[in-house]
Design a protein around this ligand. Structure first.
Ligand code: NAD
Length: 448
């Protein structure tokens, strides 16, 4: 049964107003839809209703503010409000347990709560990343608890969120959306909803499971490809070759539908997705008797990078005649990648820990992260300013290059003589490196 045909402006509810849910809710409200966001976290909802956005995502605070001001966007802890919605999007967290299995407490809780308020005619759309079979095997039975039947009384679809933090809003408005449905009508309703709501291309798939696997395939590929970039960097370094030159040149030949596309090496992979989704693949396969080798291999390589990065700094300082045991290191950028304040599974934590084991003093600084969260995670407060962090530093380790660091005048920094710039994710150009050298810095990057 089609439920959305003829509805000009469907009302939307978003369950789970974390990173993804906030971006999706704000983007839909910005397109003129009436959106209510529901979350169990009262502090998060209070913050949003007081005009504060905790996610350091480019453009998001402004979008939430304008959505709230226009009345198109509301935030509440009251799950009963989903009853008014025509489309209910589920964007709760889906972490994995130690063994790689889905920790389904958030998803189960959200669907259980939704089952109390679901009504005939609604389209329920899961966007959280899940192992294949979850929408059909966990979500559907929970939603049917009250007696309504999926496909007959309500629609059910899976359309994964594939945005990346730091560029989330632009990607939301441009990336194609993959849609699988419980039945054809659900899939068509979901496809029509996203096409109209965000004006993006929709790629329909035959089943829920196909759409679930697409999302996992994307992140499996990305993590494994970064691992290739990381091992290529280690390999290139053996020959004194700049890995970025190698990657640029290697990526110049066509293969498949595009070019060879080796991704960039770095201090490591973090965040809530790439660190868990390959394990979802591995665990789901293993449960069915298939041993996947590439997913864990990628994870292992990427997990080795923080230690490798710290060792690079230590070795280079030693070569410069500095004693690491008394050296001062300033770490700039703690978030898991450039231009986000997200500290989840950040590789910088292990890099800082390794530097602390080897070096005299390690100061940390990141203007985008939550100050209290960072202090708790790293076990010490941040420096009050960039200048305080780099004072007398023997090494500046740039582990996340936020826009805020782009204009730093290295010539003016109060660092020690022969200061090393350790580039963990800045990808400085030849010109920039030459400029740093002209100011008396030494430079070392991952595979550079
Ligand atoms: P998150 O932890 O930031 O947000 C999850 C939110 O859900 C939290 O605010 C939490 O309080 C809320 N929640 C939990 N249980 C709830 C319930 N029963 N009712 C209402 N709210 C509830 O997670 P996220 O980063 O936004 O990720 C959400 C999903 O999207 C995950 O499956 C993730 O894998 C996927 N994803 C994330 C990204 C990313 O970059 N963060 C990108 C693409 C996809």
């Amino acid at each position: 049964m089609r439920f959305l045909s003829g509805l000009q402006e469907p009302k939307v509810a978003v369950i789970g107003l974390g990173y993804v849910g906030s971006c999706v809710a704000a983007a839909l409200a910005d397109r003129g839809l009436e959106v209510v966001g529901v979350d169990t976290n009262t502090r998060l909802i209070d913050e949003l209703n007081n005009g504060y956005c905790r996610f350091a995502e480019h453009g998001l605070p402004e979008l939430i503010e304008s959505g709230m001001a226009s009345g198109k966007l509301r935030a509440t802890t009251d799950a009963a409000t989903v009853r008014d919605a025509d489309v209910v999007l589920v964007t709760v967290g889906t972490p994995v347990r130690e063994d790689g299995s889905l920790a389904d407490e958030q998803l189960g809780g959200a669907c259980f709560e939704l089952s109390k308020h679901i009504r005939r005619g609604q389209l329920i759309v899961l966007k959280s990343t899940v192992p294949p079979g979850t929408t059909r095997g966990i979500v559907l039975p929970l939603l049917q608890r009250g007696g309504l039947v999926g496909g007959r009384d309500f629609g059910l679809a899976f359309t994964p969120e594939r945005l990346a933090e730091g560029t989330a809003l632009a990607e939301l408005r441009s990336f194609p959306i993959v849609a699988g449905g419980l039945d054809d009508d659900s899939a068509q309703d979901a496809a029509e909803f996203w096409r109209d709501a965000l004006d993006v291309e929709v790629i329909p798939l035959d089943t829920l499971e196909a759409a679930e696997i697409v999302k996992l395939a994307d992140n499996w590929w990305i993590d494994l490809n970064i691992a290739l970039g990381n091992e290529l960097a280690k390999f290139s370094a053996l020959y004194g070759v700049d890995a970025l030159d190698v990657i640029r040149a290697a990526n110049s030949i066509p293969k498949g539908n595009g070019n060879v596309n080796i991704l960039l090496p770095s201090v490591g992979v973090g965040g809530s997705c790439l660190t868990k989704d390959p394990w979802m693949v591995w665990y789901s396969a293993r449960e069915r008797g298939l041993e996947i080798l590439t997913a864990p291999a990628g994870r292992d390589v990427n997990a080795s990078m923080p230690e490798y990065t710290a060792q690079l700094a230590v070795d280079q300082m030693t070569k410069l005649g500095k004693d690491p045991a008394t050296a001062k290191v300033a770490v700039l950028g703690l978030a898991f990648k450039n231009n986000t304040g997200d500290l989840r599974a950040t590789p910088t934590l292990d890099a800082v820990a390794a530097l602390e084991r080897a070096c005299g003093q390690v100061r940390i600084y990141d203007p985008l992260v939550d100050v209290e969260e960072a202090a708790e995670l790293f076990g010490k407060p941040q420096a009050a300013s960039l200048h305080e962090a780099v004072h007398d530093a023997d090494c500046i380790a740039i582990l996340a290059l936020h826009r805020e660091f782009a204009d730093v005048e290295f010539a003016d920094l109060p660092v020690a003589d022969d200061c090393l710039v350790l580039d963990g994710r800045a990808y400085y150009s030849r010109e920039k490196i030459a400029e740093l050298r002209s100011y008396g810095y030494h430079y070392r990057g991952i595979g550079r």
